[in-house]
Ligand binder design. Structure first.
Ligand SMILES: *Cc1c(COP(=O)(O)O)cnc(C)c1O
Length: 353
């Protein structure tokens, strides 16, 4: 989720200024989903007793549309985001938005607002679907009315001059997810509890929090709202390692894309647990040569240094490594519909007439 770039007139701040339209639909137990409505981006009319505000029945997604070299706008893996949002909804006892409805909403909004996306290849249109309980009723049970909203904004994300490595902070005090909990889905309530840890990281001079597992406080899980990757070795024989999903990690679409692209580039993709002390020791020994984070907003962000209590270590040279950069290039290429984009990853949206 995390956007690492700052704002400027040409590089707008993440999630601050929205496009002109939004798409909405309301679900009720009686009628199911109402027809999708494309209208102006505007405030919602909401009861102060809306369940989503009180008991947290709210899930969201984040996906991007990019302008390809031929000028057309394509959305990256929207079917996978639709499927994940349905999983999130089921975990929170909410009616899943059907996949075809999710795609039609994306098509409607992107068609209406694609002129907001300049031809600058460093910019993309970030789409934010949200599903929340809008029934006015404070009973402790799943709501009987839900609202689906899709909004969008233009954002940066990748730059020709390459990504800047970030210093990261391993939190010993806070954890993000517990087995059997909600860490594996994009549940709104997963995010506010991370702010205190993020403040702790900032006070330590770091930019992001490394989450350890909540049982042993030992296994590296994620970085802020991003998945983490480790590179072992170098060159074409390098291993690209990421922790396995197991309910406490968010199954990133970017994570999955990078695992597949790694194999295409001739690296060996692996899902393997890495302990924090192992990360430190393997960096010192030169076995782990690179570490980076991945997510829709941040694309691929290299990790330069790690702080863990009183300890501090550098990953590789402390700069963006060659495997990180190769994977990032391949991902950007895939997102903009370049020749390296695997079949079916980009959904082209025709402009509205
Ligand atoms: C959204 C998210 C990610 C990244 O998922 P993508 O599909 O790659 O954007 C990783 N971790 C957390 C906690 C997230 O919320």
């Amino acid at each position: 989720m995390t956007e690492t770039s700052g704002g400027s007139p040409e590089r707008p701040q993440f999630g601050e200024s929205f496009t002109a339209h939004m798409v909405t639909s309301v679900w009720t137990a009686h009628e199911g989903w109402s027809p999708l409505r494309l209208g102006p981006h505007a405030a919602l009319c909401l009861s102060p007793a809306a369940v989503g505000l009180h008991y947290g029945q709210a899930v969201f997604e984040g996906l991007k549309a990019h302008r390809g070299a031929d000028g057309t706008v394509g959305v990256f893996r929207p079917e996978d985001h639709a499927a994940r949002m349905a999983d999130s909804a089921r975990r929170l006892s909410m009616p899943p938005v059907p996949g075809d409805m999710f795609l039609r909403a994306v098509d409607l909004l992107v068609a209406a607002d694609q002129d907001a996306l300049p031809s600058d290849p460093g910019l993309s249109l970030y789409l934010r679907p949200l599903l929340f309980a809008s029934e006015a009723n404070l009973a402790l049970r799943p709501a009987r009315e839900y609202t689906f909203v899709l909004i969008a904004f233009v954002t940066g994300g990748f730059f020709a001059d390459g990504p800047e490595p970030v210093p990261v902070w391993v939190s010993s005090r806070y954890t993000r997810a517990t087995p059997g909990g909600t860490g594996g889905v994009k549940f709104a309530g997963n995010y506010a509890p991370t702010y205190l840890a993020q403040e702790e990281a900032l006070r330590a001079g770091c930019r992001q929090v490394v989450w350890l597992d909540s049982q042993e406080r030992r296994w590296v899980e994620e970085l802020g709202g991003m998945n983490l990757f480790f590179v072992r070795g170098s060159g074409s024989g390098a291993h690209v390692v990421t922790p396995p999903l197991g309910g406490t990690l968010l199954p990133g679409v970017t994570r999955d894309s990078l695992l597949r692209l790694a194999a295409r580039l001739g690296y060996e993709p692996r899902e393997e647990r890495i302990a924090v002390d192992q990360w430190r020791d393997e960096c010192a020994a030169g076995t782990i040569t690179e570490t980076f984070a991945s997510g829709t907003a941040a694309v691929v962000t290299p990790v330069g240094t790690v702080r863990y209590g009183e300890e501090e270590w550098k990953v590789g040279t402390g700069g963006a490594g060659p495997v990180t950069l190769a994977l990032r290039d391949a991902l950007i290429d895939a997102q903009t519909g370049g020749s390296r984009s695997p079949e079916g990853w980009v959904r082209t949206v025709a402009p509205r007439r």
